[in-house]
Design a protein around this ligand. Structure first.
Ligand SMILES: Cc1cc2nc3c(=O)[nH]c(=O)nc-3n(C[C@H](O)[C@H](O)[C@H](O)COP(=O)(O)OP(=O)(O)OC[C@H]3O[C@@H](n4cnc5c(N)ncnc54)[C@H](O)[C@@H]3O)c2cc1C
Length: 475
């Protein structure tokens, strides 16, 4: 700080004390005084679904109207026209996400484009007769909505407020970050030590709070050197847009656990569904290269074949079924429905993505927070990945609003530690359960098959437990 500026600040501080203004208010006044185009309150690095939604949520928040917010996105801004063909990249959005997006006006935009409700879900094992079904008849709500990623992002962009305090910079990459207390030589952890974001065009932005929404390879997380748990499943998620036989009501999500990984068919419309087929990386490559007809045969076969059936698990399941039918008033078994037959695939819709688990031990530090895949990336078998990211958005927005109301520094470690605590309480159990399920079902060892089959059958017969599971997955 120059001598002249320092004298001015001391003078202001004395004036503030004289007028009985709190130090925080004084800092805000000082911030506004010092403000120039390179000094902002919040920088969100990464404008994917999660980062853009946070920008929208903060930009629309009345309490934050005095705060300057910048969203950085390395990709260029694309003009979006809803294509006739469905995209192969989709997400199952939970009721909690729909709630968040409704509050931001995003859900109305999605409804004006397209989405498909999921009213029933059937999950079954290829090694036994065990099956679990979920439907929300009792709870008056859809289980989820299947929405294309492009539609979600476009809907969020259309909902972004046109306020002067939100500046969105496309085609702009954050090259590196200087974070006080983390970057060597920048040790200050006081109110005056801000984060410096160095951009690809050579310019810099200083900010009180840096939010890393820059995906699974997050540079923000790497700069912070947060210890990160990683597990490579050696699997790929093969996606495609499927054409179904006939034009009938299509609102069931189907998932069959094969020893190589789950295969799922999620409804997009009455004639289209999306495929998410988890398999070995080798097999994914092979499936991508198959002719269209052979690929369609392979998909139908994966949902229908009984080559993996384990006779011991089937017998044990039959005995358990008899016992449960005797002791449970409604009976134990759900009616197994047959998935629709696939008759075609959209041209060039096959693509494969490597799958793995990634969990950052910390989601926050002094003046830094991570959201979305930058903090946690999970297997898509339960369709929870982006929903966890939207949960981060809701939590951080609420805490930042509280901070503004209380005059707290937006980048304070206490505030961001609270964010980390709240989110890890929700995210860690999901990460654990999904990783456990993925390992439990990637196995055809008879005792394991028996345990999981009997467990699934028992849970399926306990309606109260299924309702608890639905409620948990909805939040
Ligand atoms: C096959 C598959 C199926 C899935 N299905 C589901 C599902 O059904 N339900 C569900 O909830 N989730 C699902 N997911 C997970 C979901 O896709 C991710 O959780 C979600 O895309 C993460 O969004 P994000 O915004 O956090 O990260 P990203 O989408 O990775 O966005 C990060 C953004 O940051 C930008 N960026 C990166 N570095 C910089 C930088 N230095 N400067 C500026 N910008 C930068 C990138 O350009 C990008 O736009 C699935 C994932 C896969 C692979």
């Amino acid at each position: 700080m120059s001598c002249k500026l320092m004298k001015k600040s001391v003078c202001c501080l004395k004036l503030a004390r004289h007028c009985n203004i709190s130090y925080n208010v004084f800092r805000t006044l000082q911030t506004n005084q010092d403000a120039n185009k390179d000094t902002v309150d919040i920088v969100i690095s990464g404008g994917g679904m999660v980062g853009t939604t946070l920008a929208c949520a903060l930009g629309k928040e009345g309490f934050l109207h005095g705060k300057k917010i910048v969203l950085l996105e390395s990709a260029s801004e694309k003009k979006f026209d809803l294509p006739a063909e469905y995209s192969n990249r989709t997400c199952a959005l939970s009721p909690a996400t729909v709630n968040l997006l409704s509050g931001l006006g995003v859900w109305d935009e999605i409804l004006q484009m397209r989405c498909q409700p999921v009213k029933r879900m059937q999950v079954w094992d290829s090694c036994s007769d065990s099956i679990i079904t979920f439907n929300n008849d009792d709870l008056n709500d859809n289980l989820a909505y299947i929405v294309e990623n492009d539609v979600i992002l476009e809907a969020v962009k259309r909902s972004l407020p046109k306020s002067h305090n939100l500046n969105i910079k496309y085609n702009t990459s954050a090259k590196s970050y200087i974070i006080p207390g983390i970057t060597p030589g920048h040790d200050g952890l006081d109110q005056n030590s801000w984060v410096t974001v160095q951009l690809n065009d050579g310019s810099e932005i200083k900010t009180k709070l840096l939010i890393g929404a820059d995906g699974m390879n997050s540079t923000v997380r790497k700069t912070c050197e947060f210890h990160t748990l990683r597990s490579d499943y050696g699997q790929s998620g093969l996606v495609a847009t499927l054409k179904l036989t006939g034009d009938t009501e299509n609102n069931v999500a189907w998932q069959r656990f094969l020893p190589t990984g789950p295969i799922a068919m999620l409804p997009l419309s009455n004639t289209d569904s999306c495929l998410i087929w988890t398999t070995t990386t080798e097999n994914a490559k092979h499936l991508k290269q198959l002719s269209e007809d052979s690929f369609i045969d392979a998909v139908n076969d994966a949902f229908w074949h009984d080559r993996d059936m384990n006779s011991l698990a089937i017998s044990a399941g039959g005995i358990l079924n008899g016992v449960l039918n005797n002791i449970l008033p409604g009976g134990a078994s759900s009616s197994r429905q047959l998935p629709p037959t696939v008759v075609g695939i959209a041209a060039n819709s096959r693509a494969a993505f490597p799958l793995g688990l990634l969990h950052s031990s910390s989601y926050a530090g002094h003046r830094v927070a991570l959201i979305g895949d930058a903090a946690h990336r999970i297997h898509p078998l339960a369709g929870q990945g982006v929903n966890l990211g939207f949960g981060d958005v809701a939590c951080l927005r609420n805490l930042l609003v509280e901070a503004v109301k209380n005059g707290t520094d937006l980048g304070s470690l206490a505030l961001l530690a609270e964010y980390e605590t709240q989110r890890q309480r929700s995210v860690l159990p999901v990460v654990g359960v999904i990783d456990g399920l993925q390992r439990l079902y990637s196995n055809s060892f008879t005792p394991i098959v028996m345990i999981r089959s009997l467990g699934l059958q028992t849970v399926n017969s306990l309606h109260f437990l299924k309702n608890i599971i639905i409620k948990q997955a909805s939040t």
